[in-house]
Design a protein around this ligand. Structure first.
Ligand code: PLP
Length: 284
């Protein structure tokens, strides 16, 4: 049976789904997206993803194709139709189809596409063993706080990491780590402080990041939201990354330097457990 996807008001087999060649998402990456994880058939952090979607749309002066209740209903319909109880739901809004022009069209109708990706999120090799990252130059644009579909730069960074035998890249600007290619980056200092980049236009304001920092503060962990250098990361006691699709993912090696004993650190393991437990409690 083929996957059922949603395109502009219709639920279709994925082979039947169509979008215009004039869609500005296709021609100009003029679109934004959200990825919400599904665990035990529940949507994790859904309300926060909606808030960020609204912000991305507003920053680009893009119309919304539906209100939050309608978007939630489509998420739930796709979960049910595809029998997904663990995995992700991808949602993309583009400015819609219009004759190609750099200026935004006046009256384009936004396009809305959604699909499910069933896959294990809780029990993964990355969570068990941790991942290796290498640092690469951050070659992305200047508004990384807007979650746009122009993902070729981080895709290139990820491929550069793969070419070096690593799992992911941590991107670096002016000697300071910004974030991972599709996640926020954290280190734990020798004296036990949890450090992650402060919010600005330079990084995506991760939904998982916000929740994990809240849980860390509740667990009396000292949190420092500031830039950290590659050098500081190489001397860290432990490191990890967060994203909706990987929750809290331990990092055990940076640029070939093994952190601690080379296994997931205690803070990463603890925050992963707390995140999954608390997010599930709050989810519907
Ligand atoms: N940073 C970047 C560049 C991302 O692409 C993502 C997720 O796709 C994140 C951080 C993590 O954000 P979230 O926790 O909302 O998934």
């Amino acid at each position: 049976m083929s996957r059922i996807v949603y395109v502009n008001g219709e639920y279709l087999a994925e082979e039947e789904a169509r979008i215009s060649v004039f869609d500005r998402g296709f021609l100009m990456a003029d679109g934004v997206y959200e990825v919400t994880s599904v665990l035990e058939g529940k949507l994790i952090d859904f309300a926060a993803h909606m808030v960020r979607l609204r912000r991305s749309l507003a920053e680009l002066d893009m119309a919304s194709p539906a209100d939050d209740a309608e978007l939630e209903a489509i998420h739930r319909a796709l979960m049910a139709r595809n029998g997904v109880d663990e995995g992700m739901i991808y949602m993309q809004v583009t400015r819609g189809a219009a004759d190609r022009d750099f200026a935004y069209p006046e009256n384009a109708t936004p396009s809305l596409v959604m699909f499910t990706q069933a896959k294990p999120l809780r029990d993964t090799k990355a969570a068990r063993d941790g991942i290796k990252v290498v640092t690469v130059e951050d070659i992305r644009w200047g508004r990384r706080d807007i979650k746009t579909v122009q993902l070729l730069a981080p895709s290139m960074c990820k491929m550069a990491a793969r070419a070096e035998g690593a799992d992911d890249a941590w991107m670096v600007e002016d000697g300071m780590v910004t974030e991972g290619t599709s996640n926020n980056a954290y280190i734990v200092t020798a004296d036990g402080a949890l450090v992650t980049r402060d919010l600005s236009h330079r990084i995506l304001h991760g939904i998982t990041r916000a929740a994990v920092l809240r849980f860390a503060a509740e667990a009396q962990i000292r949190v420092e939201e500031r830039a950290f250098s590659v050098e500081e990361a190489l001397g860290a006691r432990e490191a990890f990354a967060t994203a909706a699709s990987s929750f809290v993912c331990p990092v055990v090696e940076i640029d070939g330097v093994v952190l601690g004993d080379g296994t997931p650190g205690p803070m990463a393991r603890r925050l992963r457990e707390i995140y999954i437990e608390e997010s599930l409690k709050a989810a519907r």
